[in-house]
Design a protein around this ligand. Structure first.
Ligand code: GLA
Length: 380
């Protein structure tokens, strides 16, 4: 990927990048919609992501290009003009620059910027956090600053919340920032506090990307966010993390039925993250898998962020041999399903699942046997 980036950069700008940074995509392992509710979550950085090349310019011009879109977008360093349509990807690096002063960081001046990615877009693997973290690393390197990792993670989240306009939690940026090969990242989102948990070597990840996306996905994510905040207010707490499953049960009558379902999903999911952590430490992958599938069922019936496509994949996967458990990964309303399997699950089994899906829905999902990888880093 590094040599591909250098080639693309040179082709676009007629010179080589001075700085190269990369940041991985992530799998949401368990902890669905828990992050912005102050809960806990487990995720894995994968060995695919976004690479950013940068070379400074003296004339105060910022130029952006990417292998995913045609053309070069130019603007002066005293501007932060939002991109729209085909150019809206530029809001990720621009949002990072806009976030810098909020964290006491100096914004970069002029530069040439090129991003390439080997992450499937729209697969729920968070290409957005990857581009934010890789951009943030490149920009701090260009300005000779060395903030700690937690600050970079918060810069990415700030960009997403305030410039891109998605009220996400800290899961995606936290995992992209703190990822570690053969480990899961554990985040206690209230601190936030970041930790890593070793992943047993027999644990394998498979991703099935349906390429389906609910037309209103961003609005639905924001709606769930709002429903959770309202449920917390009705229950007299700041965030749903402050409610235990027992107190929720005792107070369920105070909530409208829909609000009650949303709250139950979040509160029970936080408890499942805790159980999954314990089962992982005990090396009990069968128990971990049951928790993953329980998480999906809760998404399906309580949080209602699944779809018939995702449900079909989960149903087919959990009925297949060598699968410990399966669930939707990420925000939901389309996107991808992940399965935790033993090493005996291979291409033949994965293809059988994809074929069954194609018979029902007419198109095959993309299959990715994902490997874990390290978090965001400077490459030179
Ligand atoms: C998206 C968001 C995350 C998180 C998940 C759901 O990936 O970006 O912050 O809320 O959805 O768990």
């Amino acid at each position: 990927m590094k040599s591909a980036l250098i080639a693309k950069f040179s082709q676009a700008y007629g010179r080589s990048p001075e700085i190269i940074a990369r940041a991985p995509g992530r799998i949401e392992f368990i902890g669905n919609h828990t992050d912005y509710n102050g809960g806990t979550v487990l995720g894995a950085a994968i060995d695919r992501g976004v690479w950013v090349g940068l070379a400074r310019r003296e004339d105060g011009l910022r130029r952006f290009a990417s292998d995913q879109r045609e053309g070069i977008i130019s603007q002066c360093a005293d501007q932060l003009a939002k991109g729209t349509g085909q150019a809206s990807w530029v809001n990720y690096p621009l949002g990072v620059i806009a976030a810098f002063p909020h964290f006491g960081l100096k914004a970069p001046g002029g530069f040439d910027y090129y991003a390439i990615s080997d992450l499937p877009v729209g697969a729920g693997l968070s290409s957005s956090a990857a581009i934010e973290l890789a951009s943030a690393l490149a920009f701090v390197a260009a300005t000779g600053q060395e903030p700690d990792r937690e600050t970079l993670v918060k810069v990415g989240k700030h960009a997403e919340n305030n410039f891109v306009g998605v009220p996400c939690g800290i899961l995606d940026q936290g995992v992209s920032g703190f990822g570690r090969k053969d480990h899961l990242v554990f985040i206690d989102c209230r601190g936030p506090r970041f930790d890593t948990v070793p992943l047993p070597s027999q644990a394998h990840f498979w991703i099935f990307n349906t390429h389906t996306k609910h037309a209103l996905v961003d609005g639905l994510y924001a709606a769930r966010h709002r429903e959770c905040m309202e449920a917390a207010r009705t229950l007299g707490v700041g965030l749903l993390v402050e409610v235990t499953p027992a107190t929720l049960n005792a107070n369920l009558a105070k909530l409208e039925p829909t609000a009650g379902k949303r709250a139950r999903h979040v509160v029970e999911e936080i408890a499942r993250v805790d159980e999954a952590g314990q089962a992982l430490r005990a090396g009990n992958l069968a128990a971990v898998g049951r928790l993953l599938t329980a998480s999906h069922r809760s998404s399906q019936h309580l949080f209602e962020n699944s779809t018939p496509e995702l449900d079909f994949l989960v149903d087919t996967l959990v009925a297949a041999p060598h699968v410990y458990g399966s669930r939707l990964t990420g925000g939901g309303f389309g996107g991808a399903v992940m399965a935790l399997t033993s090493p005996d699950f291979g291409d033949v089994q994965a293809q059988a699942v994809a074929d069954a899906y194609a018979r029902k829905f007419g198109a095959k999902p993309d299959i990715l046997h994902a490997q874990t990888g390290d978090g965001a880093q400077l490459c030179r």
